[in-house]
Design a protein around this ligand. Structure first.
Ligand SMILES: [Fe+2]
Length: 554
């Protein structure tokens, strides 16, 4: 994330500047406020003698205010001798908590210095004969006054350029960091928005969103608390999702989330809590020092809050963090709204299908609940066959409507007690095709048609309506055929009593490979039918109630 203060780091000197100055033959020295001077790299004899002397140290100490003023001008120390401060970074001295500076400077000497009293003073302090010392120095190797001025200017320009480069480098680094942060934020929002498919289980999506936001936002933990509103949020009402070591979970976390929701209300934007001890929730400080609370609101409807606890790098939660979380919160709110609408539509769709099939089954008290039971067992068998869950749900719906074509068969034939004539049976045999015809024009139900059309085919061929055999019979048809026959044998019919489970399973084994797909039949006999028999009991009691009502009707 971005720096919290928004300030750029102090520019560092361009290291190559010093190398360039040295390569020009200009001696560089470290200068300290107390007057200590040390050569940096190679130095000529004259500079070494000057640097090592006490009088020079005293003069430098005196000139320190001018040297450290930051003007980058050549500072005259003695006649014919200057120090030109160079840019350098501030360093912390181990002996002090205060920041102090030591400077890098260019030491420039002109021939004039060799005639000065200070040169003689230096020689005396270093126990050198001034005359002899003077003769060791080649005046031509020194700078003239004019050269010193030009060099000082050149050095100043070099310094300014170097500082400008360092400043721009700093800006570039800062922009790169911000760009990197923005990229991560955009990636997160993109990833989460593309993952917002309503057929994904909402709880799974919300858990994933919490984890991603915790990771990208750099929070120690992240939680999402939803409001208590079963009408709007259905199964998700009051749910809490979390990622990272929150420090509490389940009801305890939910309790804290509810209190935070009360505090942020439903009309506020993101709120950064700098000190959780001030919030008035006793359990909160143990979980986090700082908090970010972002309400999930859309068109005055309050869905819940996103809660981010402490930054992993111990920085303060910033407005940038709040902005990122708020962007995600908007996306999550839209997702929740769509997911709930989708669930409503699904519930309405399934409710309509159940009502339709119940009305068909109800024509005959003996087939009451038949479609629901066939759907239940078909889905169980599909799962046992290892089909993906989404396909198993489609098998369920296909089985639920497998007899929808009976709507086109006269009720007198459907409910006729005893044996049917061949004409009547021909009418009954039309129901798979009538059903397929009914579903033909419903785009969302195209994949269900094979289950409807082929559920009366036989593995060995000769079933109806097409007579196809083996694997030419679509899988949905083979699955529903088993469940349909199982329910027919397990429930009372006009012409016989229900068989026992043992008898039914024996019959299924016997007909494996002739009536039924042998592989599916093998899986079928191993299913758990507890739920099925509970359903039969339930349906029988309803049918008995209806029969009684009819009996009481005058
Ligand atoms: Fe049927």
């Amino acid at each position: 994330m971005s720096t919290q203060t928004g300030q750029l780091e102090r520019p560092k000197p361009a290291g190559r500047l010093h190398e360039r100055v040295e390569s020009l033959g200009v001696p560089l020295v470290w200068v300290e406020p107390e007057g200590a001077v040390a050569p940096l790299g190679e130095c000529r004899w004259l500079e070494r003698v000057v640097i090592a002397s006490q009088p020079f140290a005293a003069a430098v100490r005196q000139a320190w205010p001018a040297l450290s003023a930051g003007s980058s001008e050549a500072v005259p120390i003695w006649p014919g001798l200057w120090l030109v401060p160079m840019p350098t970074e501030r360093r912390r001295r181990a002996s002090s908590d205060r920041f102090q500076s030591r400077l890098m400077a260019a030491l420039l000497t002109a021939p004039e210095f060799l005639d000065s009293d200070q040169f003689r003073l230096v020689c005396s302090a270093q126990q050198l004969d001034a005359q002899a010392a003077r003769s060791r120095v080649d005046p031509a190797a020194l700078y003239t006054d004019a050269e010193v001025r030009r060099l000082a200017h050149t050095l100043v320009w070099m310094q300014q350029d170097s500082m400008e480069i360092a400043r721009r480098n700093g800006e570039l680094q800062s922009m790169s960091r911000q760009l990197g942060d923005s990229y991560e934020e955009l990636s997160l929002l993109y990833k989460l928005s593309t993952g917002m498919t309503v057929n994904q289980p909402p709880a799974q999506y919300l858990t994933e969103a919490c984890r991603e936001l915790q990771e990208v936002g750099g929070f120690r933990w992240m939680a999402l608390q939803l409001v208590d509103d079963p009408d709007r949020l259905h199964k998700l009402t009051g749910s809490v999702f979390a990622s990272g070591p929150v420090g509490c979970e389940g009801d305890a976390l939910r309790q804290i989330g509810r209190q935070l929701m009360t505090q942020v209300g439903d009309n506020t934007g993101p709120r950064i809590i700098d000190d959780t001890t001030t919030v008035g929730i006793p359990e909160l400080p143990a979980l986090s020092r700082q908090l970010l609370v972002v309400p999930l609101v859309r068109e005055h409807k309050f869905f819940g809050v996103l809660i981010g606890g402490d930054k992993l790098d111990d920085t303060h939660i910033s407005s940038v963090d709040a902005k990122l979380c708020n962007s995600l919160a908007i996306g999550l709110t839209i997702f929740l709204e769509n997911a709930m609408l989708y669930e409503d539509m699904q519930a309405m769709f399934m409710g309509t299908l159940h009502a339709l099939t119940n009305s068909i089954d109800a024509k005959d008290s003996y087939t009451h609940g038949h479609s629901e039971r066939v759907a239940l067992v078909s889905r169980q068998l599909a799962r046992a066959a290892g089909l993906p869950e989404e396909t198993c749900e489609r098998v369920y719906i296909s089985a639920l409507v497998h007899d929808v074509g009976k709507i086109g068969v006269p009720e007198a034939v459907l409910t006729k007690p005893g044996h049917l004539t061949s004409e009547e049976f021909a009418l009954i045999k039309m129901h798979p095709e009538i059903g397929a015809h009914i579903l033909r024009d419903i785009r969302q139900m195209q994949d269900l048609i094979p289950g409807v059309l082929y559920h009366h085919e036989r593995w060995s061929g000769g079933g109806y309506p097409t007579g196809v055999a083996g694997e030419q019979i679509p899988l949905f048809g083979r699955l529903i055929c088993l469940a349909d026959s199982f329910d027919a044998m397990s429930s009372n019919r006009t012409y016989r009593q229900a068989l026992t489970l043992e008898q039914v399973l024996h019959e299924i084994r016997r007909c494996a490979g002739t009536q039924f797909d042998p592989v599916l039949a093998e899986l079928f006999v191993k299913l758990d039918f507890t739920e099925f028999f509970k359903m039969i009991e339930h349906h029988q009691s309803i049918a008995a109630g209806h029969a009684q009502q009819r009996g009481n009707t005058p």
